[in-house]
Ligand binder design. Structure first.
Ligand SMILES: [Zn+2]
Length: 343
């Protein structure tokens, strides 16, 4: 082997030549960083160094939670990329983390603080936890992060009907693009159809601005994802249009005022409100079982029939949603997302 032929002396000299300056540089870098106010334990056995912050924590805690750290600490010093034998902080191993300060702080807090609840965290914090838990292979934290991003982006019948309020929030678009990029990066594909659905419901100009105007990498979507969004949007509009035009020909079989109900349904289908929805990608509004009720005074039997078909339509659009955006079905996405850490 080539390494065995390398003279030991020469190797040692080379190391000595570069060691002092790089060690000094590393030391200066560490000294410029500030210690985290909470994540600095006096009995900590390792110092993690992110962009601007140092964290003094425990190798045992990191190893217990993370297979990446477990593997890193099980190697003799110097045999992995993260820990250099000369990278030390007051005698403790110093591990460089190529992550945002806040991401690492939240990640460590989640590992240490048993009262730290993910349920009320902002989406950008959850996205950071999804990134770090995936990168450092902390399976339980990844599952939790996906779970709490789920009510918004992993659609179920209930959450689809409650998506509407998010569309009015200006930051909703940014969250959708953040989730798309984070889900791509972490292979959490289960989150993609919901995020794309959310983005697809926006005005076309707003969608294009996520590529043309947005400069922050995590909030800027790729051209391929823009195409995915536009294609899915067209499918959703078609779904909406088909649903609206099927509305007028379905009076209940037991309807005793069929001519009246049919004329009311027809009147509604041709109304300006309906015309608007024929170009609307938001299937939620059209399929809301109570959407038409105040506008169309149908008999109780026809109304019930319509509500039933709306609920059926909602379930159908939820099932088809991943396919509109050319993803696998929900079951496959759920499986691939769950397996992402082990592949
Ligand atoms: Zn009727």
């Amino acid at each position: 082997m080539a390494e065995q032929n390398t003279p030991l002396k020469r190797h040692a000299c080379e190391t000595t030549d570069v060691e002092p300056s790089s060690k000094r540089t590393r030391l200066m870098e560490s000294e410029e960083k500030s210690q985290h106010p909470n994540l600095w334990f006096d009995d900590g056995s390792v110092v993690l160094s992110s962009e601007q912050t140092l964290f003094r924590v425990h190798r045992s805690v990191l190893s217990f939670n993370s297979t990446i750290f477990r593997d890193m600490f099980s190697l003799p010093p110097g045999e992995d990329a993260g820990e250099d034998p000369e990278d030390t902080w007051e005698g403790l191993p110093l591990v460089k983390m190529h992550d945002d300060d806040e991401d690492i702080a939240n990640f460590l807090t989640a590992l240490y603080d048993r009262t730290y609840s993910l349920s009320s965290l902002p989406i950008d914090v959850l996205a950071g936890l999804l990134r770090t838990s995936t990168k450092y292979e902390v399976a339980h934290l990844r599952t939790q992060a996906i779970k709490y991003l789920g009510p918004i982006y992993d659609l179920s019948y209930r959450s689809l009907t409650t998506l509407q309020p998010y569309t009015t929030k200006t930051h909703g678009v940014q969250f959708a693009t953040l989730i798309i990029n984070t889900a791509r990066e972490t292979k959490a594909e289960l989150l993609l159809p919901g995020a794309f659905f959310f983005l697809a419901m926006q005005d076309i100009d707003v969608i294009f601005e996520t590529v043309t105007k947005e400069e922050r990498p995590r909030y800027k979507i790729s051209m391929d994802d823009l195409k995915t969004c536009i294609n899915g949007r067209e499918q959703l509009i078609k779904f909406n249009r088909d649903n609206i035009y099927s509305f007028g020909d379905s009076p209940d079989q037991k309807c005793s005022t069929a001519p009246w109900c049919i004329s009311k349904m027809s009147e509604f289908v041709n109304s300006p409100v309906c015309k608007e929805h024929t170009v609307d990608p938001n299937a939620t509004a059209v399929l809301d079982p109570d959407f038409w009720t105040p506008l169309t005074p149908l008999c109780s039997k026809c109304l019930e029939t319509h509500r039933r078909s709306s609920r059926k339509g909602l379930r159908k659009v939820i099932n088809l949603l991943p396919l509109y955006f050319k993803f696998s079905d929900w079951a496959t996405l759920r499986k691939s997302t769950g397996q992402a850490l082990s592949t």
